[in-house]
Design a protein around this ligand. Sequence first.
Ligand SMILES: NC(=O)c1ccc[n+]([C@@H]2O[C@H](COP(=O)([O-])OP(=O)(O)OC[C@H]3O[C@@H](n4cnc5c(N)ncnc54)[C@H](O)[C@@H]3O)[C@@H](O)[C@H]2O)c1
Length: 260
Amino acid sequence: MANLEGKVAMVAGGGGIGGATARRLAAAGATVVIGDLDAANAAAIAADIEARGGRALGVGCDIADEASVKALVETTVNRHGGLDLMHVNAADLGIILRDSNVVDVAIEVFDRTIAVNLRGHLLCTRHAIPQMLRRGGGALVYTTSSAAFMGEPERPCYAMAKAGLTALMRHVASRWGKQGIRANAVAPGLVLTGPRAGAGPSKENTQMIEEMQERVLAITRSTRLGTPEDIAAMVAMLLSDDGAWINGQVISVDGGVTMR
Ligand SMILES: NC(=O)c1ccc[n+]([C@@H]2O[C@H](COP(=O)([O-])OP(=O)(O)OC[C@H]3O[C@@H](n4cnc5c(N)ncnc54)[C@H](O)[C@@H]3O)[C@@H](O)[C@H]2O)c1
């Protein structure tokens, strides 16, 4: 397992995949700060990490709000002396249910999707980079999605935001690579994380989710769908020195659904 002893890591968006990443980074020795709109869940993940002997703090943060992002980075630096690693992972996933197609979609669905899933990632990046430079370098991983490059008949706003993350990530890798900062993106396939906020446990939703899982499993070359731990393992590797020469890449972790 990657060794992150002495490193300070931030996870922006600590739900299913972000929660698994926080646990994985802490198990590798990092001190982890989790920021999430759902402050209670972030605190619960941190408490679980601490109960297992790790070091973690979970706080409320809205990545769509620059003051909130600035406060999260300041809290991290004030408490732990700096910031080395960041997993920018938050996304508004409830709104995907209304993300139909570019003719019909309500423009506020586009605006909200971009505000969180793209602009929010830019905000996290711009507040983290100066802190990483103070430490002589750092590493960032963004969570994108195969939706960014598959070309799907629905959820265009989600796909556009995720595609934009590639440009953001490659800009960071190019602009600050020589100063010791690496940036990469992980593109998960379908990862089972439990019920989504906003998706609701209705019969229609349950049936829709089950049908989607069957469809994706059929085109997955591996034997199963993904787990949050599958993604966390890649994020931890990319953030560690094991990924020291990986920079500016989008890495699919999807059981071979996509082959690029
Ligand atoms: N699960 C999948 O199948 C899958 C596939 C591809 C990509 N992804 C991406 O993985 C990432 C994590 O998704 P997940 O599946 O773990 O879902 P999740 O809902 O468990 O996690 C998303 C987290 O982001 C938080 N969040 C939402 N808006 C926020 C905001 N404005 N500020 C701060 N936090 C906010 C939510 O509270 C939640 O904890 C997302 O970027 C998602 O697009 C997931």
